[in-house]
Design a binder for this molecule. Structure first.
Ligand code: EPU
Length: 479
């Protein structure tokens, strides 16, 4: 299939039209003359009139100190599973159904990535009832355009399925983000091992192959998304693929389980050696995503800060072992039950050192939550970031709230203070934003967390769910 420019498109929309045709949020950001109002940001609330004169409201969370939290909260489906499950649908034409899909903006962006390729995506319900119906046509437009990839770098996971099924893919190269430089070299070199060739030009990477052929791929680092991407390519490759030093996150086992339902032959997903025997074709799936361990951790950490007792329903303790061990060392009770995880805490936490590592180590996604807990714990802790060098940006915001944290390279030294002090702060990414919200639950005075759109990327109604547990939080929009 011919690529390159809009002339090669089939059954979809031209890249130049995508902003208007395929993406509602982006469409909302254009004036009637077609000029862009501002850079598109998922989660910005739209105050639109039919005359298409738009103005944007960027939401914030405003918090006052709360007492202990009590009650039950249900964990939603895992964002980092659902996004890959959605991409996996590209591997088989027909109607797929995904259950336990949260209403978050990253799912909306991935839906638009699939729509831009010609798929039909319908999302209904919320929370545990949230689901997606994804209809994949026989032929898709194998392009992930800049307008969407720049909003969500995880869109890169369409590369594997597109190469495997269509032998061609044109994907905008993800840029740097709030964590610093994040290359995709592991993905590309693995696809080259499977027989694909790439040309990078005009900000896009164009991949081609006659067909992929199984190979032994050794990852330099157990990259989560690279493992997902290679897995999705290998299921339709000719022969056997072995992924050595594969990432072991539960979301990878979840993806493998959906691919197996589709007819793929996979052994060892969830371990560091995955073997895939390629098949000729796959069928549509009906799959329920696993619960989100980072979301579960967010509610547990909230209890660690505010005290109280909360049942985090649906949380799988076996996906969070190392984190729970750290929280117990800090003086929390985290008890697995038939329904999920019972988190309780009284008084102050104690400081413990933390180093992030690939799964099953303490995930980098938990780190902002842990640093917030440590900032009001008794003692001094050293927190080392081993995955993303730039993932310390929120620390400046915590400092503005009175936290005593020094950073040195990829280490942070956190000296606990008795109390944080409410301030205006800004969320720079999903997890940093959630951590600042938690800080606001226990800080003196008013905490105003702007950048709610970052939090909305990964959490459905975080404010309402925390409020139901007793947190004093409201969502407000600034004109
Ligand atoms: N890396 C490379 N080259 C590559 C790929 C990765 O050098 O081609 C490096 C990265 O720069 C990083 C390390 O390898 O230093 C690990 O990155 P990894 O690829 O594992 O991260 P990811 O797959 O891009 C996923 C999650 C992140 C989560 C990390 C680590 C998704 C969509 N994202 O990212 O989640 O922090 O794994 O567990 O699955 C979030 O949910 O907020 C989030 C950022």
């Amino acid at each position: 299939m011919a690529l390159g420019g809009t002339g090669g498109l089939r059954g979809g929309v031209a890249i130049g039209e995508l902003a208007v045709v395929a993406h509602r949020a982006d469409d909302s950001l254009r004036r009637t003359d077609g000029s862009r109002l501002r850079a598109p940001t998922a989660g910005c609330r739209l105050l639109a009139t039919r005359s298409r004169q738009y103005c944007l409201a960027v939401d914030r969370f405003v918090l006052h100190p709360s007492g202990p939290l009590h009650g039950t909260v249900c964990v939603n489906g895992a964002k980092n599973s659902v996004l890959k499950l959605m991409a996996a649908c590209l591997l088989a034409p027909g109607v797929h159904r995904l259950d336990n899909v949260p209403v978050i903006s990253d799912v909306a962006i991935m839906s638009d990535v699939l729509r831009a390729m010609g798929a039909k995506v319908v999302q209904e319900g919320r929370g545990a009832q949230g689901h997606l119906q994804i209809t994949i046509p026989q032929d898709v437009t194998p392009i992930a355009p800049y307008e969407l990839v720049e909003k969500m770098r995880a869109s890169i996971v369409v590369l594997g399925p597109l190469l495997a099924r269509y032998g061609t893919a044109r994907v905008s190269m993800p840029g740097g983000d709030d964590f610093g430089y994040r290359p995709i070299d592991f993905h590309l070199s693995a696809f080259e091992d499977l027989g694909a060739t790439f040309v990078a030009e005009h900000g896009y990477v164009d991949g081609h192959c006659d067909h992929l052929v199984g190979a032994r791929i050794v990852l330099q680092f157990p990259s989560h998304t690279a493992t997902d991407n290679i897995l999705m390519a290998a299921v339709l490759a000719k022969g056997t693929t072995v992924i050595e030093n594969a990432a072991r996150e539960p979301e990878i086992a979840d993806l493998a389980s959906m691919l197996t339902e589709m007819g793929a032959r996979i052994h060892g997903a969830g371990t560091s050696r995955i073997e895939v025997e390629g098949v000729d074709e796959l069928r549509p799936a009906d799959h329920r995503a696993i619960p989100d361990r980072v979301e579960a951790a967010t509610f547990v950490a909230a209890v660690g800060l505010a005290g109280g007792e909360v049942l985090v329903k649906g949380a799988r303790h076996e996906h969070m072992d190392m984190l729970l061990e750290k929280l117990r060392q800090m003086g929390m009770e985290c008890t697995p039950t038939d329904e999920g995880l019972l988190a309780s805490a009284e008084g102050h936490r104690h400081s413990v050192d933390v180093a992030t590592l690939p799964y099953p180590g303490v995930a980098t996604d938990y780190k902002p939550l842990l640093v917030t807990l440590l900032s009001v714990a008794d003692g001094v802790a050293i927190v080392s970031e081993n995955l993303f060098a730039g993932r310390f940006r929120y620390i400046d915001e915590l400092r503005r709230m009175g936290a005593k944290i020094k950073t040195e390279g990829h280490h942070a030294i956190v000296r606990g203070v008795p109390r944080l002090s409410g301030a205006r702060v800004r969320a720079s990414d999903i997890r940093a934003g959630a951590a600042l919200v938690l800080a606001g639950i226990v800080a003196d005075g008013v905490t105003d967390v702007s950048g709610a759109e970052h939090i909305d990327r990964g959490y459905e109604s975080l404010d309402q769910r925390l409020s139901a547990l007793g947190a004093n939080i409201e969502r407000v929009s600034s004109p």
